[in-house]
Design a protein around this ligand. Sequence first.
Ligand code: KG4
Ligand code: ZN
Length: 372
Amino acid sequence: MLILGIETSCDDTGIAVIKAEGKKPIPAPEQVRCRVNFDILSNVVSSQIKTHAPFGGVVPNLAAREHLKNIEPCLKTALLEAGIKLKDIDLITVTVGPGLIPSLLIGVNFAKALAYRFNKPIIGVNHIEAHIIAAVAATSPKSRIPNPKLFPAVALVVSGGHTQLVLVKKIGDYKIIGETRDDAAGECFDKVAKLLNLGYPGGPIISTKAEEFRIRNQESRIKLPRPMINHKNYDFSFSGLKTAVLYLTRENKEKLNDEKFIQELCRETQQAIIDVLTEKTLKSAKEYKAKTIILAGGVAANKELRNQLELRIKNQESRIKFLVPEMKLCTDNGAMIAMTGYLAVKRDPDFGRGKSWQKIKANSNLRIGQKM
Ligand code: KG4
Ligand code: ZN
């Protein structure tokens, strides 16, 4: 089965073609298991970093304009790389939320138009679920849905727009157990980078500078807060951390041109974020008796976060498995949408009844587990 995945929820236009080879689908509500191989034939991502960099963050209307410009060329490239034509596609999948509504609408309307014009079935995909599925299913180029023995799992989804801890009872059955009350973890990286005039997106830049400090093997003298780290719930708050960095820059104006000071500040900011994320994830995994911890979303591309979380799991909860997507499947892409859409179709006994394109709607506030 050939699946087209379309992603435009934020500032990456992603279009992928994947091939799913499965034995007979297991009907809902049974677990989808060990029966599907995903082959990523193409996974084209057009980034808008240059457009948004001067603003230090994503400007929704500019993002929509860029998606509109890029979506058709991305589709052409994705089909070309996969060596197929649109008529060969068996299923269209598209992100319907959560995300920026001007961005979502471009992908959703494009996908609906394709489904209508070429008379193809289409399914809407939750972006957060797709980040989780990227970790569970994806070891490119061949991917396999692993054994249900992995569940229940706790998934830490950390991106520019979201920071959530999700209990994954099985694929398709999710409950949010904690989330950020203000800024997302990625947003905190981006805003701190903006404060320090380092550019956009902040995550990769801060992590590079932090690494330059780390390899000097020094203890950080800067101390930043670890917001909500000892609270009994699994919620997060990162806006105070950004404010703490703001005050620190005001008190140390003379050091802002000192590269070593900036590296140290980046290291401490990154470590504060990592400490809170890893602490809460491990605590929740323990409480919910998770067999697996999943790390997903754009911030999962952060090497230190990956390493430190893995190390803490090994040291503290060695029975728990750790899953994280390869780097390029951490940030937004179409392949994760295609895989998630395919699994959802296989679970839904009603899929295929009626004109599926008429049911697809963008919803910027869509929550994982919410009916679409
Ligand atoms: O999932 P994603 O591609 O888009 C959203 O759905 O938001 O995540 C983008 C976010 C940005 O905030 C970016 O700064 C962050 O992921 N990010 C990183 C790294 N690479 C990307 N954060 C920390 N370290 C990284 N290496
Ligand atoms: Zn994302």
